[in-house]
Write a protein that binds this ligand. Structure first.
Ligand SMILES: [Ca+2]
Ligand SMILES: [Ca+2]
Length: 402
């Protein structure tokens, strides 16, 4: 509804005009006009005998669209990932975004609100509508909005979030922004399981291959990254992962260890046979460490070789009670050995572990020449992949202390 004024100049004071008798310049107001509509006005003369004489010309005009607010989304900032604070948005996190709106219109946007929707149901919004208040012309207001990423969200998923901006009068504007759901872990491709022991149990951090604790496993705050917890194996404690079957053509096992004692085998015939890290589960990798007579630490793999002193010597003794990363990859018959992210040996083994034997962490369960070889020490971030990692990927895990 608009009010317009028109002006006219009249040089005859003997007549009455459409509105009233008048000479000179006068102004009349026309109310209740519709916006963006064409009107015309025309003067007429009404004589005392009732005769009306219209001016031959009318004047037309088009009413304007009234000034309004015009909101747009001009900036989106990730305030926090609402999780591990690594700057990446991952499953089971609640990221907070700051959304800045600007008003390029002619009037204040009153009681503006924001609501969001996305193209993927793994994203939800704990607060459906966020108030952003009044936004004066050519000014900005910022509101923070929290999203919730479902635990079962898939890594490397691109999310487009639609932003609906609404003024109290019902006027709606829209915008959008995008982000990616990423793995919270480095080198996620092909990662089958990850035991990071952050929940102080034998659950897989990826939620797929939860294990069981057998015997004495406790949890301690020493870790490679100095954050979180690790598992401490002692007194013949070990883990089993019943569901995992490693019958793949390629494998990688990566694990952080901190130990001062790497003799643990209980063979009746051999001392210092070393301890086991992983075994069974139909993997080609049987993975143990042993302390040998020359006091160097060695890694053993294969089916029936046991953890003897005849195999791959690591460049540095591992039993220094410091965190070290051991990584073994296997492709066809070639096995590669990495110590603290650096390749130090490669050998050929063609055997595969017994596929009927449960995947075991921290023990061999009477399979290495009938010895049990329990591990003693801390363990963190045990990773199993169904592919061979590259040298640079092994180093990336080491550098990330993951
Ligand atoms: Ca994160
Ligand atoms: Ca940990």
């Amino acid at each position: 509804m608009l009010g317009y004024q028109f002006h006219a100049t009249v040089n005859d004071n003997k007549t009455s005009y459409g509105i009233r008798r008048q000479t000179g310049t006068f102004t009349s107001t026309m109310n209740n006009l519709q916006a963006n509509t064409t009107y015309w006005v025309r003067l007429y003369v009404k004589y005392s005998n009732g005769q009306v004489e219209y001016h031959p010309n009318s004047v037309s005009f088009n009413t304007l669209v009234p000034a309004s607010a015009a909101l747009s989304l001009v900036k989106v900032v990730l305030v926090t990932d609402g999780g591990n604070n690594d700057g990446k948005i991952s499953p089971n996190e609640s990221p907070v975004f700051a959304l800045t709106l600007t008003n390029k219109g002619g009037t204040t946007a009153n009681n503006a609100t924001i609501s969001l929707s996305t193209n993927n149901s793994v994203v939800s919004f704990p607060t459906a509508v966020i108030s952003i208040g009044n936004i004066a012309p050519n000014t900005e207001n910022t509101a923070t909005i929290t999203l919730r990423i479902a635990t079962n969200a898939i890594w490397d998923t691109n999310i487009t979030s639609n932003v609906r901006m609404t003024e109290a009068n019902g006027q709606v504007w829209s915008g959008e922004f995008s982000f990616k759901i990423e793995s919270p872990y480095v080198v996620p491709n092909g990662l089958l399981l990850l035991y990071d022991f952050e929940n102080q149990n034998a659950n897989d951090a990826l939620g797929k291959y939860n294990g069981a604790i057998n015997g004495n496993i406790t949890f301690q705050t020493t870790t490679p990254s100095n954050r979180g917890t690790s598992a401490y194996f002692s007194n013949n404690g070990y883990l089993t992962v019943a569901a995992l079957n490693g019958n793949f053509t390629e494998q990688t096992v990566s694990v952080w260890l901190k130990t001062s004692r790497i003799t643990g085998g209980t063979s009746a015939t051999t001392t210092n046979r070393g301890t086991a890290i992983v075994d069974g589960g139909c993997f080609r990798i049987r993975f143990g460490i042993g302390l040998c007579s020359d006091n160097r630490t060695r890694i053993a793999t294969g089916t029936n070789t046991g953890i003897t002193c005849s195999q791959q010597a690591m460049p540095t003794a591992i039993n220094d009670n410091q965190w070290h990363l051991l990584t073994i990859t296997q492709q066809s018959t070639e096995t590669k050995y990495y110590f603290d992210g650096t390749l130090f040996d490669r050998r050929n083994f063609g055997d595969r572990n017994d596929c009927n034997k449960i995947f075991t962490i921290g023990a061999t369960l009477n399979d290495f020449n009938t010895e049990t070889s329990y591990y003693t020490g801390n363990m963190d971030n045990l990773r199993v992949y169904n592919r061979v990692l590259t040298d640079s990927e092994v180093r990336e895990i080491f550098n990330a202390k993951q």
